[in-house]
Design a protein around this ligand. Sequence first.
Ligand SMILES: O=c1nc2n(C[C@H](O)[C@H](O)[C@H](O)CO)c3cc(O)ccc3cc-2c(=O)[nH]1
Ligand SMILES: C[C@H]1O[C@@H](n2cnc3c(N)ncnc32)[C@H](O)[C@@H]1O
Ligand code: SF4
Length: 359
Amino acid sequence: MSKISKEHVSSLLNGKCDDIISLMAAANSKRSNSTITYSKNVFLPLTNICRNECGYCTFKKDKNDSDATILMKPTEVMKTMHRADEYGCREALFTFGEHPDDVQQVKIALEELGFESMLNYLHFLCEETLNQTDLLPHSNPGILKKSELKFLREVNASMGLMLETTSQRLMKTVAHEKSPGKDPKLRIETIENAGKLKIPFTTGLLIGIGETVDERAESLLEIRKLHDKYGHIQEIIIQNFKSKPGIPMQDFKEPSLAEMVKMVAVTKMLFPDAGVQVPPNLNRDTTQIFVMAGADDWGGVSPITKDYVNPEAPWPELDELQMITEELGFQMDERLPVYPKFLSEEFLSDKIFEKIGKE
Ligand SMILES: O=c1nc2n(C[C@H](O)[C@H](O)[C@H](O)CO)c3cc(O)ccc3cc-2c(=O)[nH]1
Ligand SMILES: C[C@H]1O[C@@H](n2cnc3c(N)ncnc32)[C@H](O)[C@@H]1O
Ligand code: SF4
């Protein structure tokens, strides 16, 4: 499968009705069992200050905005963490703006707490999480250097970075023109370094931000290439762009159901050895179709926090997810933020391995 050409992938992504139905059936047959996995998580948006300005994002705030979170304090983070622990959550998802400490206000807030940098603070919070709760950290803080990945690996069960797209062209369009951190070269480098360091890794694509079908094919093949080389990709998120009032891309058309179905099915065809996630909260009415097209993971679902990146899209209740899963003849299966095949000393730091091993 890894020898498949870009032309072939593009032609699958351009398929019409009958082709799509065959593609869905083929992708559905690639699943390894009849379970749809999910992770019970808590979302910790440590800061919404970000050096980038993606044309689709409402998460990032300006430092002067009244609703900016310059920095969540340790007491606030750990209070939410303990509540998550009581609810039985197992994943602490640390997602926030990229290089926030380039901004003076964040830098000062960190210094007041005694931290030199955002990543030192993140490391501290991950360690506190491991020491005080049963949750396992999964951090997704944007692009990282190899040394930074190595430092965070000690205290993360897995890490994540959306590739978004391999399209260099989008660096000159409204999607990414103000986002140096979305340069595909830098994102690929981060994912590659995570592979060298044997970090179980979640990545994904954002569909509908101006990329062409060929560029979608190229993006999938790039992830396939990285996974062939390092074997560290645990999950691929196929995320559909949601238009929101006030964003620079508000007039962009959201991807159609057919486009998304083809994308999900082709992803499962190319990655029978990884989870394929379509966020259920962004597809309330169409979620089951993606399962029929080969998706096998619901991602992080939180009983106590919202999706701060898409706050207008509440996560379905677990009961509802269970109903729509079982209606299709599948079973829900809770997973940790690290997939079972990576539960080894090779892919986990001593600290994480010991913590999980004690269960
Ligand atoms: O709830 C969300 N979880 C997001 N997650 C978490 C994800 O849903 C799950 O927690 C992972 O499946 C954990 O393995 C991300 C994880 C990444 O590594 C990279 C990007 C995302 C993006 C989101 C997101 O927009 N919303
Ligand atoms: C955390 C992830 O959320 C995604 N993201 C950011 N903004 C949007 C949007 N408007 N619609 C869908 N996904 C979005 C990006 O892919 C980012 O990496
Ligand atoms: S998507 Fe991430 S990198 Fe882009 S502006 Fe939003 S917070 Fe920053």
